[in-house]
Structures are given as structure tokens and as C-alpha cells.
Design a protein around this ligand. Structure first.
Ligand code: PLP
Length: 473
């Protein structure tokens, strides 16, 4: 059973026949393509719903079997392959749980796909603010107390949507208390576990939210498993949410021509998790420890470990993470992301017989640091999550905002107005205001402080001109 990859096998079987294509896709097994030869070769497997290859939206054969193996590997009642990333899983999760005007508790720093889903569905979000962790200098999880007070204040909520683990690999088991509490109230817990698809590979990783009893969990297999980009999983373990509803929305939101290459890579990634053994994990930790030790012998370099052993934070003296990232890229070492303080790297989920050029990486990081020393360090000031309200609502439904015109107004004139854009200071990566929220004096005071301390901003802004995007009066 462990070696089984039903969809990969079905594709190989089909491919081994002398097939002549009079069907889509138009590249005809790659023959018409002008892409490099290796890609053309791969296109000969880029097939469609042909005999023996099943259908993602009505699975009866290989895809059904592959998804059943997925569910049994992850301990879910039902699991799905997703071909548009966790983005589509998040959309489906919201459509399944809420209707227009219904309330949902949402982590304030949720991924943009969740904000898009809130807007598309017309959900009334109740935002809850996550905690700041000063060791990793990152925003982490929402406390159980915050969720409990949000539910006490808004008992009619249709669900609670959390991000677990964080992008930076922080994962608190407080999520169990949250899930248990919500279930006593009959409230489903939906989890964006984009960064936790590998947790099932070994008990040395944090537990998946599925193991803590979450109702729906979506994972980006492509982020940490050997799946192609856009490959994700959606798992269900709910006695509250109906499988038929999830089916319905996944059919609506996903392509009717899903990529077989992508789906085969999801089948392969599941088998990778299933075959990942104790020795693989031990060896991975061993190589990781040696790598950390080697990095720490470089003067100024500091390595910060997080809950997920596949992730490491690297800081270099008083240089900002952006400076470090640039210096690394000059040596052709590409980190996952940089922030004011550090860079985040994602290690490969190696099996015991696989190697990675850690010694070479150490050499290049040393060269990067030597180059960096010629620059002036941009000493990051201590900016962090300050006085966000722990529970808050919006004034205007995001779906209505589309019908309203927006205007750019000076800071002072924005007080009491409704934000039309989002503004996210980094750190902490938690939106200062969200479309539909009323702008307050304290938000503006904080904004000035963040600017003063050198935070960077994402979202809709013209801060150089001291203008804010609001709904026209
Ligand atoms: C927390 C979180 N959720 C969802 C997504 C979207 O995932 P995908 O790229 O698989 O659509 C991301 C992507 O970075 C993410 O970080």
C-alpha cells in the first residue's frame, strides 16, 4: 500500500501505449510545443480525462483511489486534490461555511485569499488579533482567550478561521483548546495550514490541526512537499460541515480541465509523506544540526529555531533582513522571505539517502556576510504589534465596498471615514486597517510611529504624500 501511487501508475500505463491524440490539450503530447526539450517531454504526460485517467470532479477510479489514500495518510474522513493552491481551498472553505451577511471569526493577518473570499461571499468578519513573539520577532497565533471572548460577544458566528502554523513555522498547541471550545458551541474550525503539509511525515514535526480535531484543513503540498506549484490538499473531518457542500464549491471554483501533471505530483507527494520514516527524520535533524552549527561559526550570524524544524531564521548582526537577502541573492542563495530583522529559509524534507549542498551554502553565506560588512547596517528598530484591538468588526460589508467610489484624502481627513484599501505594516504583518473598517485617531498615531521606525508597508498606500484611500462620502 505504501508504494501505491494510483494516479501516477494510471498515467504511466496510458503513456506506455502508442497513443494518437485527437483531443485536448492542443500541444498534442508536446509535439507542437517549442518549449525546451525537457519540458516537451513532460508535456507528453500532460493529459486529460481519457479512458483510465478518471475525472477530478467525479472520481471513480485512479483519482478516487489516490484521494482515499490521501485521506488515510492524513487521518481525514475525506480529502481532495486541489489544483489552484490553498487559495482555492480557502475560498471553498468560506463558501461552504458562510452565506452573505453571516459572521465568521477570522485571524486579522489571514492570507489575502481569505480576504478575497470574505469579499466574494459577503461575510461579516469578526477580526481577532494574533500575539507577537519577541524571540522570533514574528506575529504568531491567536490566543484561546481572544477566541473565547470573540465568541461570547458574537455567539451567532458560523465558524472560526485560523492560520496554523505561521509562515515562519510557529505552531502552538493552544489551537486544541480553541477547537475543543468551539466544538462545545457547535462552531466549526477552519484552518489554513498552507505551511504544514509535511507535519504528517513524522511525529517530530508539530501536529497538524487535523489531529487536534479541526473541521476543514487546507495545506499547500507544493510549499514543503515534492509537489508541483499550485498543488494543495483539502481535508475534512467534520460532523458539522457537509462533504456535499465542499464538493459543490470545489467543482465551481476549480478548472474543469485540471492538470494531470499537477495531480500526479500530488499523488507522489502523498506517497512521499507516507514513506517518510524515522531514519529519514533522524538524518534530516542530524544534517540540520550540523548546518546550524556551521552557520553559527560565521561571525555575526545568528540562527533562530522555530517550532517547525524545516524552517530557520537567519539574522546577521545589525543588518536588516532585506540587506541579508540581497547579499545572499548576490551569491545565488535564495531565501523564502526577508523581513526587517531576518530571512526565513525553508529546508528540504530530505530522506536519509538524499543530499543537499549545505557545505556550499555555508561557504556562500560566509561570502555574503563578508560583502555585507562593507555596507552600513540598517539597525532595525523594535517595531511590533502594539495596540490592535483583540476583537473588532467592520463598518461596511466588503462586497458592498466595490460599489462605492474611493478617494485619497490627507491623514486628518481620514479620521472616522471607512477605509477602501488595506494597509499592512511589516513587521508585524498585521493589517493596520482593512477595507470596510473605520479609521481612528489611534490608527493614525500608530501609522506615524511605524513610518518613523522604518516599517515597510504593503497594500493600498500613498504614504509619501500622507494620503489614505477611503470610501467617498
Ligand atoms: C498562510 C497562507 N495561506 C494561503 C496561501 C496561498 O497558498 P497557495 O499559494 O497554495 O494558493 C499562502 C501562500 O503563501 C499562505 O502563506
Amino acid at each position: 500500500m505504501h508504494e501505491k501511487r494510483p494516479l501516477v501508475e494510471a498515467l504511466e500505463k496510458f503513456h506506455s501505449q502508442k497513443n494518437i491524440s485527437f483531443h485536448v490539450p492542443g500541444h498534442k503530447h508536446g509535439v507542437l510545443s517549442n518549449l525546451p526539450e525537457v519540458i516537451k517531454d513532460a508535456l507528453s504526460y500532460d493529459l486529460t480525462e481519457l479512458k483510465g485517467l478518471d475525472d477530478l470532479h467525479h472520481p471513480e477510479e485512479a483519482i478516487k483511489e489516490a484521494e482515499e489514500l490521501l485521506a488515510s495518510t492524513y487521518g481525514a474522513k475525506k480529502s481532495y486534490f486541489l489544483v489552484n493552491g490553498t487559495t482555492v481551498g480557502n475560498l471553498a472553505m468560506l463558501y461552504t461555511t458562510c452565506q452573505y451577511g453571516e459572521q465568521l471569526i477570522v485571524q486579522r493577518n489571514a492570507h489575502k485569499s481569505i480576504f478575497h473570499a470574505i469579499e466574494l461571499v459577503g461575510v461579516e468578519p469578526i477580526f481577532v488579533t494574533p500575539e507577537w513573539d519577541s524571540r522570533t520577532k514574528t506575529t504568531t497565533f491567536v490566543s484561546a482567550n481572544t477566541i473565547k471572548s470573540a465568541i461570547e460577544e458574537f455567539p451567532l458566528v458560523k465558524g472560526v478561521l485560523l492560520t496554523y502554523p505561521t509562515y515562519y513555522g510557529m505552531a502552538s498547541n493552544e489551537i486544541k483548546e480553541i477547537i475543543d471550545y468551539c466544538h462545545t458551541k457547535g462552531i466549526p474550525v477552519l484552518v489554513d495550514e498552507a505551511h504544514g503539509a509535511h507535519f504528517k511525515a513524522n511525529s517530530g514535526f508539530p501536529l497538524s490541526a487535523l489531529d487536534y480535531g479541526a473541521d476543514i484543513v487546507v495545506q499547500s503540498a507544493h510549499k514543503t512537499l515534492p509537489s508541483m506549484t499550485m498543488g494543495s490538499y483539502l481535508h475534512m473531518n467534520s460532523s458539522i460541515i457537509k462533504v456535499s457542500q465542499v464538493n459543490k464549491y470545489l467543482r465551481m471554483l476549480q478548472s474543469s480541465s485540471p492538470s494531470y501533471l499537477l495531480m500526479a505530483s500530488l499523488d507522489d507527494a502523498r506517497s512521499y509523506v507516507q514513506r517518510y520514516n524515522e531514519m529519514d527524520f533522524k538524518q534530516l535533524l542530524y544534517k540540520r544540526d550540523l548546518f546550524i552549527q556551521a552557520l553559527q561559526t560565521i561571525k555575526l550570524v545568528e540562527v533562530i529555531e522555530v517550532n517547525d524544524p524545516l524552517k530557520l531564521l537567519i539574522r546577521v548582526g545589525s543588518y536588516s533582513g532585506f540587506q541579508v537577502q540581497q547579499a545572499l541573492e548576490a551569491q545565488h542563495v535564495y531565501a523564502e522571505l526577508a523581513d526587517t530583522y531576518q530571512v526565513l529559509i525553508i529546508l528540504p524534507l530530505l530522506k536519509k539517502d538524499q543530499d543537499y549542498p549545505f557545505a556550499e551554502v555555508r561557504k556562500r553565506i560566509k561570502m555574503a556576510v563578508d560583502e555585507l560588512k562593507k555596507e552600513t547596517p540598517i539597525i532595525p528598530k523594535d517595531i511590533r504589534n502594539k495596540s490592535f484591538k483583540s476583537v473588532s468588526t467592520i463598518e461596511m460589508n466588503m462586497s458592498l465596498l466595490n460599489e462605492k467610489k474611493g478617494e485619497w484624502v490627507p491623514y486628518v481627513r481620514s479620521i472616522g471615514r471607512i477605509a477602501k484599501g488595506i494597509l499592512i505594516p511589516y513587521p508585524p504583518g498585521v493589517p493596520l486597517f482593512i477595507p470596510g473598517e473605520k479609521i481612528t485617531i489611534s490608527m493614525l498615531t500608530e501609522l506615524e510611529e511605524w513610518i518613523d521606525k522604518g516599517a515597510t508597508f504593503q497594500g493600498d498606500h500613498r504614504l509619501d504624500e500622507k494620503l489614505i484611500y477611503v470610501v467617498e462620502d
